[in-house]
Design a protein around this ligand. Structure first.
Ligand SMILES: [Zn+2]
Length: 295
């Protein structure tokens, strides 16, 4: 399945920002979930573009298909339908371009990313994530990807839900602080204090951290997890400034991003890809670097 062997598994890049680039309205509160309603063919073309660029796994557009998120747009009763449709669109693209590729079902924080204080109570996290994970599994996602987790209690609730709904077919990625020592969740919890609670994960990783600072984080995580356990790393191309604006780093250039990705591999990651702001060109650049290394 690409996780246990010594190969590098290449994930896809961003879906939300890529839909935006292709003209799909990704306004809040629906964000990328609108694509299943208004532009399913563009969503499929994004998945296809990543597979054509060489991705060995694509991530479903289910970042905002929790019933709780959709309810904010008056669409709570369509959660099951939209989640199912997102998985089917990904599977259709996969089956036609790269049948051996994996479809990973994305499970994101229930409230805004980067704001751990907004995470609901543990019981609600467990219920809401459990509902989405069950739907992802039923719709045929190969593995569940709990990602961009920045609050310890929400992460652990999502893990509990994943264990009960997806058995051993799940992995988890955290969003960590970029300043200060490595391995600290946005809510201040040290990864070292919660890794033992992640028993059963097929991989553990870090995502949506600025690409240039991710290698140090991977190196730190490598020391925390068992040797055989794959580490995933997929960064974004910039970071927010103090006024809430967006500052792009050199990772905006696909070739530079690929340099960073190879540094994550060097640091111990075996699953790499792109988060916010990355494009099919980013994934293509990493693919050619991986292929070169294999020769
Ligand atoms: Zn991101």
């Amino acid at each position: 399945m690409g996780l246990q062997d010594h190969d590098i598994l290449l994930l896809d890049g961003a879906t939300g920002t890529e839909l935006d680039r292709r003209g799909v309205d990704v306004g809040m509160p629906l964000w990328s979930a609108r694509a299943m309603i208004e532009a399913p063919e563009i969503l499929e073309s994004v998945h296809r573009a990543y597979l054509e660029a060489g991705a060995g796994a694509i991530i479903t557009n289910t970042f905002r298909t929790h019933e709780r998120s959709l309810a904010k747009a008056g669409l709570g009763d369509r959660a099951e339908e939209l989640t199912n449709s997102a998985v089917q669109i990904a599977r259709t693209a996969r089956d036609s371009i790269a049948p051996q590729a994996l479809v990973l079902g994305s499970v994101a924080p229930l409230e805004d990313c980067y704001t751990p204080d907004l995470a609901p109570e543990p019981e609600e996290c467990r219920r809401a994530h459990g509902q989405l994970i069950r739907r992802l599994v039923e719709a045929g996602a190969d593995l569940v990807l709990v990602e961009t987790m920045c609050s310890a209690h929400e992460s652990l609730a999502a893990v509990e839900a994943a264990v009960s709904e997806a058995a051993d077919r799940w992995g988890i990625c955290f969003c960590l602080k970029s300043d200060g020592p490595p391995g600290v969740l946005l809510d201040g919890t040290e990864l070292a204090d919660i890794v033992s609670a992640l028993q059963g994960a097929r991989f553990i990783g870090i995502n949506c951290v600025a690409a240039p600072v991710l290698a140090d984080q991977v190196r730190h995580l490598r020391c925390l997890v068992p040797e055989g356990l794959p580490i995933a790393a997929y960064g974004n191309v910039g970071h927010a400034d103090e006024e809430g604006g967006w500052v792009c780093t050199d990772a905006i250039e696909p070739a530079r991003y690929a340099d960073h990705a190879m540094a994550w591999v060097e640091a111990g990651a075996s699953i790499v890809g792109g988060c916010c702001g990355t494009t099919p060109a980013t994934i293509e650049a990493i693919r050619s670097r991986i292929n070169c290394q294999a020769e």
